[in-house]
Ligand binder design. Structure first.
Ligand SMILES: [Zn+2]
Ligand SMILES: [Zn+2]
Length: 418
């Protein structure tokens, strides 16, 4: 169900590029042909509709500003043709304005890519739009404390942060551990793009919120964010975030965010955030209030379930009702990102610390029919070799159960498409 980004290059698609600039048409043809794609160029929009309908390509790249029929109008006309129901329309424009991006989607575009093109990522951006997949990126996979140094070169040393980006650019961020700094760098380098994102906080322990002030897009006027998570009694999400930015613990206050930032307190609930994206939440077994998230989109799903303690079945704390509920929460998901802080041996001395061992999470994933389990929130005392060991332990246990569930330990920066 998922593919890694670097396995996409042997795909072959048929393209048509429509632009009133013959040089740009030539450039796109050369660029895509050099990557093994079939491309036809049309200069100007006069004959474009007829030629595109006849060819019914996989993807049409359309300029926005063209004399005569402009890109929006052409997009609208193409969208109405039943011959082109399997064709994707992507606006490729030098206009960075949010209004043009939004209008393009209203007129039937499936994606919007800004000129000048990045030759290295252009085809990859197209595939993501054509496939309409969720792009899941791991920015930090560690728990509790960042651990830079020799022991974390493989998996990375940053604390919890993952993102999911959709074809039309919607961005969801889960937790703001130190991994969010790399995500921040990615968007800070793309200054022309206005950023809108939902930030879901599992809970306000330091390793999940303390790098939020370093997420630079929060300070950029025009950007817009909604920060969501469970309130703690009478302490709202807004208070939890602003408390660490009170001028004493961090020199900048939330009032100085240049973007528009909204806060929302969540309970166990289900809601839509538009464009067919559904969010479900579940309270987890961890000190204080901690939420797990399930994101659903067009029959696919990702579950983010950290921090969470699954008690051993012979423990006096074992709660079958909770486990049953959690199984149904993650049932059948494509990717379960789960707190597997400890190996089974380590857990024996960490009972009651609020985190799970590999064996119990494997049981959960197997019983829930999870497609791929991603080990997450590794203990700061574990080296890369220790994480390798946990992965081997998980894979052996799944094999023992003759399970269909796969298991991976994602590394920092790793991307999955679902
Ligand atoms: Zn944590
Ligand atoms: Zn925690």
């Amino acid at each position: 169900m998922y593919e890694m980004k670097n396995k996409m290059s042997d795909r072959k698609l048929r393209f048509i590029v429509v632009d009133d600039d013959p040089d740009f048409v030539g450039y796109v043809i050369a660029l895509l042909e050099s990557k093994g794609q079939t491309v036809k160029g049309i200069v100007g929009s006069d004959t474009a509709l007829k030629e595109i309908v006849e060819a019914a390509p996989d993807c049409v790249l359309i300029d926005l500003m063209m004399p005569g029929t402009d890109g929006l109008e052409l997009c609208k006309q193409l969208s109405a043709r039943k011959e082109l129901h399997n064709t994707k329309f992507i606006i490729v424009s030098g206009k960075p304005y949010e209004v043009d991006r939004a209008r393009s989607f209203e007129f039937g575009a499936h994606g919007y890519i800004n000129k000048p093109l990045n030759a290295d990522t252009f085809l990859d951006s197209i595939f993501r739009i054509v496939d309409d997949k969720m792009e899941l990126t791991f920015w930090g996979v560690r728990g509790t404390l960042p651990v830079p140094g020799e022991g974390s070169l493989k998996y990375g040393g940053n604390t919890s942060c993952v993102s999911i980006e959709f074809a039309k650019g919607q961005l969801l961020i889960f937790d703001a551990g130190t991994g969010i700094k790399s995500l921040s760098n990615r968007y800070s380098n793309d200054r022309r793009r206005r950023l809108e994102a939902k930030i879901f906080i599992s809970h306000p322990h330091w390793d999940h919120i303390n790098a939020l002030p370093f997420f630079a897009p929060l300070y950029v006027p025009g950007n817009e964010f909604e920060i969501m998570g469970a309130s703690h009694g009478d302490i709202s999400m807004r208070q939890m975030i602003s408390a660490q930015m009170d001028g004493t613990y961090f020199p900048i206050r939330i009032k100085q965010f240049g973007s528009r930032v909204y806060f929302r307190d969540l309970e166990e609930e289900e809601f839509s955030i538009g464009d067919g994206i559904t969010i479900k939440t579940k309270l987890l077994n961890h000190p204080g209030k901690c939420l797990g998230y399930r994101v659903e989109y067009k029959g696919r799903s990702v579950c983010y379930v950290t921090d969470n303690e699954l008690d051993l079945e012979d423990s006096e704390y074992f709660n079958p009702f909770y486990v049953k509920n959690l199984i149904s929460f993650v049932e059948g998901t494509d990717i379960l990102i789960a707190d597997t802080t400890y190996s089974d041996e380590e857990y024996k001395t960490k009972v009651g610390w609020g985190h799970s061992c590999v064996g119990r999470v494997v049981d959960l994933a197997h019983e829930a029919g999870v497609k791929t389990l991603h080990l997450f929130h590794h203990d700061p005392d574990q080296t890369d070799a220790d994480i390798d060991g946990k992965l081997e332990q998980a894979q052996a246990l799944l094999k023992e159960r003759e399970s269909q569930t796969q298991c991976l330990a994602p590394t920092e920066g790793q991307v999955f498409r679902i």
